[in-house]
Design a protein. Structure first.
Length: 403
């Protein structure tokens, strides 16, 4: 097993293509914003919140998601959103991340005085300011910091989730809950495309997030058909808390370019569709289908270990099997606050617990840039990726890492 120093992992250019803004605040910032917004927290100390809310392990995904009931209300002002986005860029740049795709669900943040457009512009302004700071006095030959925004629709919500959702349920009071969720996703798809086309906000993708079990992605086909027809890139949380058929649905019904998590890809015992009579064959066929299409999986090791008690050791994560299948993957944080992690931490977990040779490590890094939803045109993206590869090779040579 190759040995990589902390200095090397810190120095190489990195991406984070799967990071939630509302799950990645600085803990001290959350406390300040909660006080400003009148949000009642279980504790107003970092140690207290780590003990009660943002723990080192959780019983399941729903418990993991409970912290968002506090972070979202604390973010419902332009100033809070801009600050959180700005700090997220600085935290990433400090550990060598060069490209960041920040995702969040704007419908969770809308208030009577904060529109969809205002939410998006505040986040973009914070990311833009952080990017300018990160790129100031950049040494020659180093790739610049860049970013994009991914907008999340929700698989499930109730009126209690936000003012926007409460209004929607009130207006659509004769619709079933799943119909309300479906219409919210389609409305968000239309708003996102219009925003991208009419305003200077760096929206690069569309996502589906939230509780996966019992909330199939299929009801969002219309929303994904709309963004697909308007050339917006697509990712889907799938295979995190449900089986392989959820991943298949994301790729085929929702046109997913990437898969968020994909943890249960190799778990035939998690298949619940009674029409799948040979689960092992189904899993093998699906894995080959994904590998052949180079559909990139956004792997979040720490987050998965926290929300999946059945995975007792890092080595039991499906990442190792993905490596064996030579799949296109990139390592991500998911939620820097909720999971107490960084991109460098995720890389350290991977190389310490799996046999990641130098060629595979370079692929993990490069796939993050190549399969990003980079906001420029194809030629600009190629030039940017080339600059990243050149810089990676330079850092590897300086640290005596050879393929």
């Amino acid at each position: 097993m190759a040995r990589y120093t902390d200095d090397f992992l810190q120095a190489i250019p990195k991406t984070d293509l799967h990071v939630h803004l509302d799950g990645s605040l600085r803990l001290e910032t959350l406390i300040e914003l909660a006080r400003d917004q009148g949000v009642e927290l279980p504790s107003y100390t970092t140690s207290g919140l780590t003990e009660t809310l943002f723990k080192t392990s959780y019983n399941n995904l729903d418990e993991y998601l409970a912290g968002f009931a506090y972070t979202c209300p604390a973010l419902r002002s332009p100033e809070a959103l801009e600050r959180a986005a700005y700090e997220l860029v600085l935290d990433n740049a400090a550990e060598g991340v060069r490209y960041l795709e920040v995702r969040f669900a704007p419908q969770l943040l809308i208030t009577p005085s904060l529109s969809f457009e205002a939410v998006m512009e505040a986040v973009d302004q914070g990311l833009r300011a952080g990017t300018a700071e990160a790129n100031k006095d950049l040494p020659p030959g180093e790739p610049a910091f860049e970013y994009g925004i991914i907008v999340c629709a929700m698989r499930f919500f109730t009126p209690a989730f936000s003012h926007y959702y409460a209004q929607l349920y009130d207006v659509l009071q004769y619709s079933r809950p799943k119909e309300v969720v479906q219409l919210a996703g389609l409305e968000l798809a239309k708003a996102t495309v219009q925003l991208r086309d009419e305003r200077d906000v760096r929206v690069v993708g569309f996502d589906l997030a939230g509780s996966e079990a019992g909330n199939p992605a299929g009801i969002h086909e219309q929303a994904y058909d709309y963004v697909h027809a308007n050339f917006l890139k697509k990712t889907v949380h799938a295979g995190e808390a449900y089986g392989p058929e959820s991943i298949f649905q994301a790729i085929t019904a929702l046109h997913a370019d990437r898969i968020g998590h994909g943890l249960r890809l190799f778990n035939p015992d998690h298949i619940r569709d009674p029409n799948i009579t040979d689960p092992a064959h189904y899993v093998d066929s699906l894995a080959n289908f994904i590998a052949d299409r180079r559909t990139t999986i956004e792997v979040c090791l720490t987050s998965n270990l926290q929300t999946s008690p059945d995975i007792k050791r890092v080595e039991d994560h499906s990442f190792g099997t993905m490596l064996d299948h030579r799949m296109s993957m990139t390592l991500c944080t998911d939620n820097r606050l909720v999971s107490h992690t960084t991109v460098t931490d995720e890389l350290r977990l991977a190389v310490d617990h799996f046999d990641v040779d130098p060629h595979q490590l370079k692929n993990l890094i490069v796939y993050g840039f190549k399969r990003s939803f980079y906001p420029g045109n194809y030629s600009e993206k190629r030039a940017y990726v080339r600059s990243v590869i050149d810089y990676y090779d330079r850092v590897a040579q300086e640290h005596a890492i050879s393929e």
